[in-house]
Design a binder for this molecule. Sequence first.
Ligand SMILES: [Fe+2]
Ligand SMILES: [Fe+2]
Length: 324
Amino acid sequence: MKHSEHYPHYISYRGRKQRPSVLAQHFPLPSLEAGEVYYPENPLLTGTFTSEKQHQLFGAAQFTLFLNDTIFVEHKLVVPAIVGLRELPFSLPQTPTLDLFKTATDEMFHAEQSLAYMNALEDHFHLPTFSGQSAPLFIRKLYQQIKSEKDPLLQQLLPVINGIVTETRISLELGEFAKNTLLSNTVRDICRTHAIDEVVHASQFKALAEWLWFEANQQLREQLARLLVSSAIARSLPDMEAIIKAYAQATGRSYEDASQVVRSKYDEDVLIEQMLVAAHPTFSFLKKLGVTDHISVEEAVERERSALHIQLNKTLYSFPIGQA
Ligand SMILES: [Fe+2]
Ligand SMILES: [Fe+2]
């Protein structure tokens, strides 16, 4: 591998004269008022709720899922991406490596902050805790991808790829929550401070991706392109099994009844559309990087749509979705 003396520019706390949120030790908690709104309305399911209480409970359940996903992202995607950097056969310069180590510290704080809010919601609404339950769909899919990769270098690079993919979308996703004036101030607060840190992280991971891409030869770029696109799709596909669980919790319906309602609203086209919205910032970045010179995102998305169509039609109540 050739050594690059030039590392891409990126945003740092130093450059911004900003302090990471971990130093504030601020733990926003739900106010638990009767009308507190925890999650943006789901237009596909809103008409099926029979009371405002069900609506609020579904929002609370969805936000606990979001926080649960956040904890998994921090612990299982971003921190492992940083931990593995020094073992790669590339000489990553000292300063960006140190800045990425700072990011690992931020992420552990975000996980703690998320857990505190999640615990308060679970306790108040008597929501089943996620402890001991299987990991979210995207974690299962991304870890499966690592497990089935035969090439040792690619297996080593996959956690970094997953870090790049997730960090290019999270600041915008959190920013949407922070901007949404229909949501509770406590939801907006926890998402706002997290989003501010994530702007720094996104910039760091984009620089890391550019640097790796520059260091890679043509053959490795082909492989990186394939893995970046498949990770981007896997990271952003909605977890229908989780939505069904949240719906069952909110409405008191059985899991089978809840599956029937949710599945009647979500087909492969809805899942792909929502995936494309969530992955949009990642795909825009990958396009700028040059990934689309090596792989067609459209063809990869259509393959995923066909696979989902087969899975969804195979058996109506076959779960978990996405593990076929
Ligand atoms: Fe984070
Ligand atoms: Fe992050």
